[in-house]
Design a protein around this ligand. Structure first.
Ligand SMILES: C[S@@+](CC[C@H](N)C(=O)[O-])C[C@H]1O[C@@H](n2cnc3c(N)ncnc32)[C@H](O)[C@@H]1O
Length: 213
């Protein structure tokens, strides 16, 4: 196993996180037992894994406090939970069908705080503490605007991870045009864009934009 950063490792072409809850799978992923237990991280099911495999340089620290918008059943959140052993991830989701699975995940992982809320209404969870990272993967046409509004919780110098699905924003435009357009919106809102990572071949017409406040 080759360490990429913190609790994230590679072996050959595969990426892994150190499993915080030994013996437990979340979405049918492979568990590998070596010096300790590793969970394979599927880049076709997690844009964060795809971004890391495609060379994202921005790391997530072990003590990070993260606001994660669009947690769904917790596939990516579970790996974030492995990485931030001493931190906390606020996993926000507004669909009750998937929120059930997310709640199950939190039974064994005490660094995930599930939040049943609409990311369009950050005023409803204004009690939230300052975060090191806001991660947004809600696949909505106005998701960049929603992400920016949620950055009221982002500390100065903190990072925004924005997963862009170009088809959700504008099916008539080329993905590269959409990525540039969303990047412009962030810069106009005062962010410095650090990197834009194309997620091919794991996710078609997707990119991860990482920006700093
Ligand atoms: C692409 S999926 C997220 C996948 C997840 N990030 C992962 O990697 O495991 C998008 C999720 O965003 C949620 N979502 C969409 N709009 C939302 C909103 N306004 N507030 C909260 N969640 C939202 C959807 O219900 C869906 O579960």
């Amino acid at each position: 196993m080759r360490q990429l950063f913190g609790r994230v490792f590679m072996d050959g072409k595969n990426i892994y996180t150190v499993n915080s809850v030994s013996g437990t799978k979340i979405y049918g992923e492979r568990l590998i037992r070596k010096d300790r237990e590793y969970r394979e991280w599927d880049p076709t099911r997690s844009k964060l894994a795809a971004a890391i495999l495609n060379g994202a340089k921005t790391e997530i620290g072990e003590n990070s406090i993260i606001l994660y918008l669009g947690a769904s059943t917790g596939t990516t959140v579970s790996h974030v939970s492995d990485i931030i052993q001493k931190g906390l991830v606020y996993a926000l989701e507004f669909s009750d069908t998937v929120f059930h699975s997310l709640l199950k995940l939190t039974e064994k992982r005490n660094n995930i705080a599930p939040l049943f809320a609409d990311a369009r209404k950050p005023e409803n969870y204004r009690w939230l503490e300052e975060c090191d990272i806001v991660y947004c993967d809600i696949a909505q046409p106005d998701q960049t605007e929603i992400a920016i509004r949620n950055c009221i919780f982002l500390k100065k110098g903190g990072y925004l991870f924005l997963a862009i699905k170009s088809q959700s924003i504008d099916v008539t435009k080329k993905p590269e045009y959409v990525y540039e357009q969303e990047k412009d919106k962030l810069e106009k809102a005062g962010f410095t864009v650090i990197e834009t990572i194309n997620l091919e071949p794991y996710e078609h017409d997707h990119a991860m934009i990482i920006a700093r406040k």
